[in-house]
Design a protein around this ligand. Structure first.
Ligand SMILES: Nc1ncnc2c1ncn2[C@@H]1O[C@H](COP(=O)(O)OP(=O)(O)OP(=O)(O)O)[C@@H](O)[C@H]1O
Ligand SMILES: [Mg+2]
Length: 310
């Protein structure tokens, strides 16, 4: 039983094994990403992924958790994220109730004993960071710290401490230290720079838009119902539109959405009217849509078709 469990969660032994592990879950990584991921797992270092929106940063943590049979623990960052939401919180309502009950029980309940009881694990609400330090069946969990750039620097400094020692201290209870530190993946959309001190602890990778062959492979893996010719044209068109001056270029997520929308419409190939009508799956800003409408759609489509023919 124990052996089966350790097999289930064995880490990949090479870069190629990492690539195929991801591929087995429909995640198509390039070699650079597989390399840095392999190293992060080997060296037990957090991996910081930065990049454009919708390029598979969050997905890689999910994929890795499934592929390794590990629990995924996600800390979604946002402005104002505090320790109560990230680490732990006392369950005040239940603590109050326990106090009332003790009081109602009369006998001038032993104050010290009561205090010890209400500040015990029973009344502790564990949030993602604390959960990630606990032991888990099947091995250390994957801790996804998503969109770190949305928090403030004070939180980042605290996080640095947690990552450095794999431990947190709760004044009333003592220190929780992970026997086996979690596998940590951090993502950022780079709305602000992550501090150097944190970066220094991590391995780093910029997740860019995929090239055409990889985007086609992603499409095949994630939207297998799209006819081959349509898939090729979709990818070529998206690659072409990304070269335009846009406020927000489409990510892989948009490519997949668009392909799915086209399949829903029973399309087997692109034409200018179809592209114009469905541009909203690809571009999410009216200025971008307006700039691409009309002759521009035709121009990009001709370009895409010429490429896919060759
Ligand atoms: N390399 C890839 N292989 C397979 N699917 C991918 C890949 N890259 C992106 N995707 C798909 O694209 C979608 C968006 O990915 P994800 O949510 O991970 O993007 P993100 O980089 O975290 O974006 P954001 O910065 O907006 O959070 C997902 O549905 C994912 O399945
Ligand atoms: Mg994400």
């Amino acid at each position: 039983m124990l052996i089966a469990m350790s097999e289930m969660s064995a880490l990949p032994a090479s870069i190629d094994a990492t690539l195929s592990l991801l591929q087995s879950q429909g995640y198509v990584a390039d070699r650079a990403l597989a390399t840095v991921l392999f190293l992060a797992l080997r060296m037990k270092r957090p991996l910081l992924l930065e990049g454009e929106a919708g390029t598979g940063k969050t997905e890689i943590a999910k994929t890795l958790a499934t592929a390794l049979g590990r629990k995924l623990i996600r800390l979604q960052c946002y402005e104002g994220l505090d320790l109560a939401s990230a680490v732990y919180e006392w369950d005040y309502a239940r603590q109050m109730m326990a106090i009332r009950l003790a009081e109602a029980g009369g006998g001038g309940a032993d104050r010290e004993r009561l205090e010890g009881e209400i500040f015990s694990q029973r009344y502790l609400m564990k949030r993602p960071l604390l959960q990630a330090l606990e032991p888990h069946e099947g091995g250390a969990p994957i801790l996804l710290i998503d969109e770190l750039d949305r928090t403030d620097e004070a939180f980042e400094a605290f996080l640095l401490e947690v990552l450095a020692d794999s431990q947190v201290t709760i004044p009333e209870l003592g220190t929780f230290k992970a026997a086996e530190p979690p596998i940590v993946i951090l993502t950022s959309n780079r709305t602000r720079e992550i501090h150097d001190a944190l970066k220094r602890r991590c391995l780093y990778h910029w997740v860019g838009y995929p090239d055409a062959p990889r985007e086609l492979a992603i499409l095949k893996a994630r939207a297998p119902h799209a006819p081959a010719k349509l898939a090729k044209q979709v990818v070529a068109f998206v690659q072409a539109i990304r070269r335009e001056e846009l406020f927000k270029a489409p990510g892989v997520a948009e490519t997949l959405d668009w392909a799915t929308a086209l399949v829903e419409l029973d399309a087997v190939a692109l034409d200018p009217a179809l592209v114009s009508d469905t541009l909203g799956a690809l571009l999410k800003y009216q200025d971008d849509i307006q700039a691409m409408q009309g002759s521009k759609v035709k121009e990009l489509l001709d370009q895409a078709k010429a490429e896919t023919r060759g």
